[in-house]
Ligand binder design. Structure first.
Ligand SMILES: Cc1ncc(COP(=O)(O)O)c(C=O)c1O
Length: 275
C-alpha cells in the first residue's frame, strides 16, 4: 500500500530573535524608555511570521501572516499596552482607563493587574465581545457600560482623564503607538527588509499609524493597505468628505468604530500613504 503524505508548509526559523525578551527590552533604543525605568511586561511581541501557502497560491504572491494573537492577551494591543502602562507607572499613576469594545480592555486590564494598579473600562453597552469581557473581568478591571457607541465612550474617558489623575490608555496615548510600531520592526527584520506590502484592518488607525512609523524609522516604505468596517468614515483618498455612520459594521467588533479618533492626527498621514 502506497503511503500518501500530505505536503506540509515549512516552518521558518522556529524562534525569532528576541523571543521571550520583553518588547521594551528588545527595542529599548528605539522606544522612549531608559534602562532602569519601570517595566510592566507580560513577555509580549516576538510573534510568529507564518508562511501562508494557500493564501499565497490564491493571490499569486508570497503571503505571510503576523500572528499577533500570540501576544499575552491575544492581540497586538499588548505591544502598545506594555509601553503605556510602564510609562503610567513611571509617572506615578495609580489608575488607567480606556474605552473599548474588547481587545484594548483585556490588554489594559492584564497590564494594570501586572503593575498592581487600578484599571477602569468604559464599554459601549452590548457591543463588547463576550470572551474579551470575561478576560477583562478576570484581570480585575472595573467595567462600566455606557449607552452609546465606542466613539461616545471614548469622548467620555477623554473628558474624565482631562479632569482626573487617571491615565488614558486608548491609542490616543502616544506610548501605545510607540509600542505597536515594534511589529513593523519584527516584520522588517524577519523578511530582511524585503516586504512589499502590508494588509491590515483599520479602526481608529492607531495600528496602521504605528506600522507606518516603524517602517519609516527603518527607512522602509512598503505599500500599506488598510481595511475598514463597512460604514466607517473612509480614511483613504477622498475620505474627508464622507460622513461616518454612527454604528459601523456589526460583525467586526475590533474595528467597530466610526474612525474619527485620529482624524487630523498622524493616522491621516499613514492612511494617505495607504492604498
Ligand atoms: C483585532 C483588531 N484589529 C484591528 C483593530 C483596529 O485598530 P486601530 O483602531 O488601531 O486601527 C482593533 C482595534 O480594536 C482590533 O482589536
Amino acid at each position: 500500500m502506497s503511503e500518501v503524505r500530505p505536503t506540509l508548509p515549512t516552518v521558518e526559523s522556529a524562534a525569532p530573535g528576541g523571543t521571550h525578551v520583553p518588547l521594551i527590552d528588545r527595542y529599548r533604543e528605539r522606544l522612549p524608555f531608559a534602562a532602569g525605568d519601570p517595566l510592566v511586561s507580560l513577555q509580549e511581541g516576538s510573534t510568529p511570521l507564518l508562511r501562508a501557502p494557500v493564501l499565497s497560491e490564491l493571490v499569486g504572491a508570497t503571503v505571510r501572516l503576523k500572528l499577533e494573537g500570540a501576544n499575552p492577551t491575544g492581540s497586538f494591543k499588548d505591544r502598545g499596552m506594555t509601553c503605556a502602562v510602564s510609562a503610567a507607572v513611571r509617572e506615578g499613576a495609580r489608575a488607567v482607563i480606556c474605552a473599548s469594545t474588547g481587545n484594548t480592555a483585556a490588554s489594559a486590564a492584564a497590564y494594570a493587574a501586572r503593575a498592581g494598579i487600578t484599571c477602569a473600562v468604559i464599554v459601549p453597552e452590548g457591543k463588547i465581545a463576550q470572551g474579551k469581557m470575561a478576560q477583562t473581568l478576570v484581570h480585575g478591571a472595573r467595567v462600566i457600560a455606557l449607552q452609546g457607541n465606542f466613539d461616545q465612550a471614548l469622548a467620555f474617558v477623554r473628558e474624565l482623564t482631562d479632569t482626573h489623575p487617571i491615565v488614558l490608555v486608548n491609542s490616543v496615548n502616544e506610548f501605545r503607538i510607540e509600542g505597536q510600531k515594534t511589529a513593523a520592526f519584527e516584520v522588517h527584520e524577519g523578511l530582511e527588509g524585503r516586504l512589499e506590502a502590508l494588509c491590515i484592518p483599520v479602526g481608529n488607525a492607531g495600528n496602521i499609524t504605528s506600522y507606518w512609523r516603524g517602517f519609516r524609522e527603518l527607512g522602509a516604505a512598503p505599500r500599506l493597505y488598510g481595511y475598514q468596517a463597512a460604514g466607517a468614515r473612509r480614511w483613504s483618498r477622498g475620505g474627508s468628505s464622507s460622513t461616518p455612520k454612527r454604528s459601523p459594521a456589526r460583525s467586526a467588533s475590533g474595528v467597530r468604530c466610526a474612525g474619527r479618533t485620529r482624524w487630523r492626527r498622524p493616522g491621516t498621514r499613514a492612511a494617505r500613504s495607504a492604498r
